[in-house]
Design a binder for this molecule. Sequence first.
Ligand code: GDP
Ligand code: MN
Length: 393
Amino acid sequence: MAIPRPLRALAIVSAFLLFYLLFQAFRTPPTIHGQGDLEHELPNEPTLQEYGEPPPPLWRADGYAADNPDSPRINATLLALVRNEELDGMLVSMRDLERTWNSKFNYPWTFFNDVPFSEDFKRLTQMETKAKCNYELIPKEHWAVPSWINSDLFDESAKMLEEQEVQYGPMVSYHQMCRWNSGMFYKHPALQDVRYYWRVEPKVHFFCDIDYDIFRWMNDHNKTYGFTINLYDAPQTIPTLWPETEKFMAAHPEYLHENNAREWVVDSKRRPEHNIKAHGYSTCHFWSNFEIADMGFWRSKPYEDYFEHLDRAGGFFYERWGDAPVHSIALGLFEDKSKIHWFRDIGYQHIPYFNCPKSPKCRGCVTGRFTDGERFLFKEDCRPNWFKYVGMD
Ligand code: GDP
Ligand code: MN
């Protein structure tokens, strides 16, 4: 029996509608806690970096040529904490950074590990660079879980972190890594006479030719810290980090710098839920898998006292405080905000985020793209707040 035409049309339209609805339902990523508050801002995000190249002096290579023995050298190193198993990923990162920058300047690499580096690791990493590579073992007392951490309490907390879907929550070594990066790395004897470092992780990418000596630029411009990406953190990893910071600041009001970036640290306007869950901290932080910094800041009394306070409080283990929020809060409170620099010209990726400038010197990334991951990740960008409270430079 022939189905009447209007009915057939209706059936086809209904089928399409059903298909469309199902497609939408499965396409939209699930909302995760506290991340549904910024949808409306999405369309503006990718335009942030359409500012072109930094001013010309940034791009000069004059006087700094690597092959010129008289060219001034800054006391600095490329620095990587890495596991032997991550050799391939480390080679990827080295290849990019050597090609875009270090082959012109030959700053030494310093690799750190809590176990000895394998011969393969040493041989293959050294083959990626003309510069000297140093392989350093972390002293036991820098890596070990501190004596005041209660292992039963750690196990209990790990379970709670797991329930809250905190990545790496139960993995002790991840906590150790965060603590080491927060307050230990710059105390390693191999870095005793070194001032600046550029932190590099395995499996990251660098996209843009950089023709000036970054460390010299830091030095000449009196910068303490350079970043590429600025993110919100998962508040469930740091519920008491801000309350502990407030206790510390109450005891040491003199450590607050008069030209600080506190407004960026405590912002509650842009993602109020984050601020509420972190009890007063915006959770905005410099993404520390990339860091170019002056270790003088970490070695200063305010930071040392702050780290000591946090370390005693236990949150590196009972919660999952990352080195990124710890570094960032300290910089935002104790440092002159004009000494913190956004390296807009360094094209960078650590999965799933990018810093990709608009410049003819960049290849392999999409200008202005912040992430190639799910759509909900766009709202993790906290750079708009940095620009709002501090500026572009
Ligand atoms: P994520 O970026 O937060 O997902 O964490 P990663 O797994 O990338 O770890 C951060 C950095 O610390 C990377 O450079 C790792 O190679 C390094 N790392 C993490 N855990 C360990 C560890 O137990 N031993 C060593 N030697 N390096 C580690
Ligand atoms: Mn990583």
